[in-house]
Design a protein. Sequence first.
Length: 215
Amino acid sequence: MLKKYRYLLAGMLQGSLYHFVRIYSWTFRFNVENENTWLEYLQKGGKVLLCCWHQQFFSAIRHYKTYAAYNPALMISQSNDGDIIARIAEKTGWHTVRGSSSREGSRALKEMIDHLLQSGFGGHILDGPRGPVGVVKAGVVRMARASGALVVPFYTSADRAWYFNSWDRFMLPKPFARVTLRFGEMLDLTSGESEEDFERHRLRIQEIMQPGLHP
């Protein structure tokens, strides 16, 4: 019985946190760049996998809700922090797949691929949940190759922000900051069959996206 009440209390706290995040995010002044190209591709039946760094995902939580109609999916770790993030993501309209490179990775990866094949849309945090910062893990290449999805790099920046003393230098825009959401060019990772081709694609994403990290 005590365990049941703990889950109930945790759910209430996470629900309150979601509303706080939404209210806080509404103070941001958004500028969205280069969204139409990949969105039109998705609307015409193409498959898209948005990818960002762990440092920057919070800044776009409010904007993520605009994609709810496309039934997107996101892989989130099976940790206490992951529980909170998953609850917020689900309330934003995203299907959550629980797992990471260190825990339940194979099962979660398969579930993400199945979802991409069915809905055509998902998101992925490249260096989560524990880093190293700016190092792309292999899962994104596996998902893109197995589903045929094009990878779209996604960056956020703010004219005023706090940076936490964490492994990823987590970025939190200050209230009423001007936040820019910038999408890169669509990347096709399906060519080649060898392990060398696989590693080449992983390094390609990493080299393209590392300059978008904030110091």
